[in-house]
Design a protein around this ligand. Structure first.
Ligand SMILES: Nc1ncnc2c1ncn2[C@@H]1O[C@H](COP(=O)(O)OP(=O)(O)OP(=O)(O)O)[C@@H](O)[C@H]1O
Ligand SMILES: [Mg+2]
Length: 255
């Protein structure tokens, strides 16, 4: 039993990729609830369908069959215009690998989804400034991505995901291309956002990152293979070590 509210639900979800020679069933009759205010972590082997699942839950890609419900509304049935509005207003997405626009500055990259959403330019700019400050990259506003470190670029990617004050932030391996310290800094930012009430859905391969989860969903062959529930992160060190050990044992048992 849980008193958490479902913010996103996938029901009997399927995604089949078709190439000229074959069909690949990346998501197969998957059911899952994502709860409001949770830091949800998705794990699973490479190719198990994690990125695909994020694209379907966030409306970035269309479903082959089944339903995606955002607060009981079927977003999979949305037309292009409603979907674009949903994505702009409700969703922030931090992509796998850092993908800032190379010839836009940090400020321009972060502000871009705000302009696309049609918000007032001056409001977008001032919010971008606030977010850069929060992420500790305010001195980089006029730099191009190539002129900054990977960790700084990833902070900008998170700021960009937050520019429209989304209800849910998706992050696909946000620490995957970072060194240890940069990775911990990004996880601390995400944890802090979650403490403030931000719902987060993060894909990771990293046990240290998975420890930040309230709830861990393990995907295998495009299906939910198991769910582990935790309390909020920020426990005593020995509790965290036991959490990491529990995740390690769980994942090892699944693979
Ligand atoms: N556009 C596509 N066309 C055909 N097959 C695809 C396409 N995109 C993904 N796939 C296949 O669907 C499966 C799931 O891919 P997905 O990117 O969701 O995996 P993943 O779990 O995110 O893997 P990773 O951990 O390596 O990022 C893979 O077998 C992949 O090869
Ligand atoms: Mg992936």
């Amino acid at each position: 039993m849980t008193d958490k509210r479902t913010i996103l639900r996938a029901a009997n979800l399927c995604k089949t990729y078709s190439t000229s020679s074959e069909q690949y069933h990346a998501i197969r009759n998957l059911d899952i609830d994502i709860y409001e205010g949770d830091f949800t972590v998705i794990m699973g082997n490479s190719g198990s369908g994690k990125s695909t699942l994020l694209y379907l839950l966030s409306g970035l890609d269309s479903v082959t069959a089944g339903e995606v419900l955002y607060r009981d509304r079927r977003i999979d049935a949305y037309g292009e215009k409603d979907m674009a509005t949903f994505r702009a207003r409700k969703i922030g997405f931090v992509y796998q690998g850092i993908n800032l626009v190379p010839d836009l500055t940090f400020l321009e990259n972060i502000a871009l989804p705000g302009y696309i959403a049609g918000s007032k330019k001056s409001d977008v700019k001032s919010r971008a400034g606030e977010l850069m400050e929060r992420m500790g990259i305010e001195s980089l506003r006029n730099r191009l991505p190539a002129q900054a470190s990977g960790g700084q670029q990833q902070r900008a990617a998170i700021a960009r995901a937050l520019i429209n004050s989304p209800e849910i932030v998706f992050a696909d391996e946000p620490t995957g291309s970072l060194n240890y310290d940069q990775g911990v800094a990004i996880l601390d930012i995400l944890t802090e956002m979650n403490r403030r009430g931000q719902s987060i859905v993060m894909v990771t391969h990293d046990m240290k990152a998975a420890c930040r989860a309230d709830r861990l969903i393990y995907i295998r062959d495009g299906k939910v293979h198991g769910v582990l529930e935790f309390g909020k992160y920020g426990l005593a060190r020995e509790d965290l070590q036991s959490r990491e050990a529990a995740i390690f044992a769980y994942v090892a048992g699944k693979e």
